[in-house]
Each structure stands twice: as C-alpha cells, then as structure tokens.
Design a protein around this ligand. Structure first.
Ligand code: COS
Length: 381
C-alpha cells in the first residue's frame, strides 16, 4: 500500500482526498483489463473511453475553463502508479486541448471539448519539429493565408504523442508576424483534414502512440486559430506551465510504485541469513528513496497549489517540480532495479517496466536542461 500521508498536507482540500481515493479504486478495478502493452493504440482508445465514462476527463478539459491543477496532479500520480499508459491516455487529453481551454473562443471550445471530456475524441499537442524541440522559437511549419477565410499549413511535426490515433491536433505554426518566438500562431487541425498525413509511427523504449506528421497544403478555416495571431509561443508556454507540474506528478506515481515494490522485496528476500531490510546498506537506500519521493511531492504539489491559488504564472515552480520529480524518480527506480537483482531487469517485471517508463519524462515537455534555463531566467529577471 503506497504512502497516503501526503494527502493530509495543507495543499489539499477534502474533495482532492476523495478524488484520489476514487481514482485509485477505479484504476485498480478497471485499468488491468483495458491495457495490452503490445497494442498501444487499442489500449489508449479503450482507456480514453473508460476515463471519459468514469468522469475523470472533466479535469483534463474543465467545463468552466479553470484547471484544478492539484486534481490533475493527483490523477496523474494515481494512474501512473497503476500503469504508464493509463496516465498517458489521461494526460494527453489535457495537454492536447490545454491551448483551447486557456485561449480558445467559446465556439472552439464547444466544438471540441465535450467530445474530449466524454472520451469520444482523442486530442494531441503538436509543437515539436525535427529542428525545433527545446528551442520552440525555431518552429518552421508554415501557416499562410490561402484566400476565402482559409489558411494552409506546410511542414512537419515529430514526436507527437497520440499521433496516429488523435481526432484533433493543436498545431503550432510560423505565421510570420515577427521573427522567432513572436511570429507563431496555434491552430486547431482535425485529423481527417486533407493534406495532413501520418508520415511515420515512432517506437520507443516504453511504447505509446507517437508519430511524425506531414502537412502539405493542409487547409483549415482561418477561424481555427487559437488565440491572437503571433501569440502562439505564449499559448504554448502557458499550456506547458500547467502541464509540466503534472509530468512531475506522473514521475511521482512511478517512483511510489518502485518504493513499494522495494519495501516488499527488502522484507521478503533473505540474504546472508536475514531479510534484505536488516542490512544497513538496504536501509540507506530505502531512506534515500523515501526522502527523494517526499521532496518531489512537495515540489509538485507546491506548484499545483500555487497555480490553483490564483498565481497568473507558475513558470518557476512548474519547472522546478518537473525537474526535481522526474530526476528523483529516475534515481528511485534505478535503486529499485538494484534491490531486485536479476528480477529487476527481467522483461515485464515491475522495476524493469518502470525503468523504461520513467526515462522519457526527463526529456519531453522540456528536458531537465531546459527547466534549468527556465528557472535561471526567472530568478535572474
Ligand atoms: N508564459 C507566458 N509567456 C511566456 C512564458 C510563459 N511560461 N515563457 C515565455 N513567455 C513569453 C516571454 O515573456 C516573451 O514575451 P515577450 O516577447 O513579450 O517579451 C516571449 O514569450 C518569448 O520568451 P523567451 O524570450 O523566453 O523565448 P525563448 O525562445 O528564449 O524561450 C525556452 C526559451 C527555453 C523557455 C522555451 O523555448 C521552452 O520552454 N522550450 C522548451 C519547450 C518544450 O517543452 N519542448 C518540448 C516539446 S513539448 S512535448
């Protein structure tokens, strides 16, 4: 049983504690039957539908347009503890529509969000390009007027989560009002728009739906623009400000599972005539794992609480939360592998699965090195 004492921290309200318990119970009963890691597309479709039916996606795409970031973090932490794909399916519904929730018009929101909330429509966030990942201001995919209230998109996006199964993409494009970060705009692009094709599906160490997208004379109404012309960079950053702390929360879920497995292992495994847990070296390891987890949790829920308390920007807090929690989780999971010995590297074992799952979180939505840049800029400003 994972440590639940953090739920007594003053960051939370009673509804958060109820939600965490409800999500844990739901995931234990529902998730195993929905997931087949050899069929990530099918698993994600089933998970999104079930998450919608259970009502959890109302937190990913809130009806009143206000994110409850503590709820988002608790849900990601809980789902990640049960299965990486369950967390992924939940999180991408939010990241894929965050720009709409934060900056969309009422008509744009009404057209997309009810389906996303119900789990009938899958969403994706298309920011990264072959030459623009960490450096968002380098985005090259072009959007140009094509007459009659239409714009055309030409270029490429890559490493797009839900690429291949999404119904709707939020695409960041160079609209050219100014060079660099000030010349980008965000557009809503339905997956079935002619001129948008899945150029390649990408496989990774912890597989999930991921693709490279090709846009060629891909035409959408100009009114599909989300936010002001030229404001795309800020729209992207505001979305990431919300979701970066939730990546930290997912890492926390993985880390808690690793610690639980390690505690069981340390108590049940006999070595040199005594339980592994009796060895001081094991105790040191377990103590460091538990401390890293609490440190990560404090950062994650500090960021979430700060946002929920009305801070207009939590750039620094969210960057710290993502960096601290993902790095801590990698450390904790590596220790779990070590404590499990051979079992720790057996394909399909809990530590081995977590070891693969955690790695990408230190990279996507801003690598650790980018978070350091972001934090330094905030404190120097
Ligand atoms: N919220 C709102 N506005 C923001 C913002 C935020 N979090 N961060 C920056 N801005 C604004 C700045 O205030 C600036 O506004 P003005 O032009 O009015 O002054 C503008 O956006 C440009 O900001 P900046 O000069 O910092 O842009 P850079 O190109 O130097 O940004 C970083 C560099 C590293 C911060 C940015 O590119 C980044 O976050 N990269 C990582 C992106 C990422 O997560 N990639 C993974 C893909 S998503 S899976």
């Amino acid at each position: 049983m994972p440590d639940r004492t953090f739920l007594d921290w003053p960051f939370f309200e009673p509804r958060h504690r109820d939600l965490a318990a409800q999500a844990d119970d739901w995931a234990a009963r529902t998730v195993p039957a929905l997931v087949d890691h050899h069929d990530v597309d099918g698993s994600c479709r089933r998970l999104v539908a079930a998450l919608g039916e259970a009502g959890f996606l109302r937190f990913a795409a809130p009806e009143d347009g206000v994110f409850d970031v503590r709820a988002l973090c608790l849900l990601r932490e809980t789902f990640a503890r049960h299965d990486g794909l369950a967390d992924f399916a939940f999180a991408m519904q939010g990241l894929g529509t965050g720009a709409l929730t934060l900056s969309g018009t009422p008509a744009q929101r009404e057209a997309v969000l009810p389906g996303v909330r119900a789990g009938r429509r899958i969403a994706a966030f298309a920011l990264t390009e072959p030459e623009a990942g960490s450096d968002v201001a380098q985005i090259a995919l072009a959007v140009r007027p094509a007459g009659d209230g239409i714009v055309r998109l030409d270029g490429e996006k890559t490493w797009i989560s839900n690429g291949g199964i999404a119904d709707t993409y939020v695409v960041f494009a160079r609209s050219g009002e100014a060079p660099g970060a000030r010349g980008l705009s965000a557009y809503l692009v339905p997956a079935d728009t002619p001129g948008l094709r899945i150029a390649e599906r990408l496989d990774t160490i912890a597989p999930h739906p991921l693709a490279r997208l090709h846009f060629e004379n891909c035409r959408v109404p100009a009114q599909n623009r989300i936010g002001e012309a030229g404001a795309g960079f800020k729209v992207a950053m505001a979305t990431l400000d919300v979701f970066r702390s939730t990546v930290g929360a997912a890492a926390l879920g993985f880390a808690r599972r690793a610690l639980d497995a390690s505690l069981a292992r340390a108590q049940n495994r006999t070595l040199f005539g005594a339980p592994l847990a009796a060895m001081q070296l094991t105790q040191t390891s377990l103590a460091e794992m538990a401390t890293a987890i609490d440190t990560a949790a404090l950062h994650v829920y500090r960021a979430a609480w700060t946002r929920d308390s009305g801070a207009p920007r939590i750039t620094r807090e969210a960057a710290m939360a993502k960096m601290v929690a993902t790095e801590a989780a990698q450390e904790v999971i590596d220790r779990a592998v070590q404590l499990h010995g051979g079992e720790g590297v057996r394909s399909g074992s809990v530590p081995e699965t977590l070891y693969r799952e955690i790695r990408a979180l230190r990279i996507y939505e801003g690598a650790t090195e980018v978070q350091k840049l972001v934090i330094a800029r905030q404190i120097l400003a």
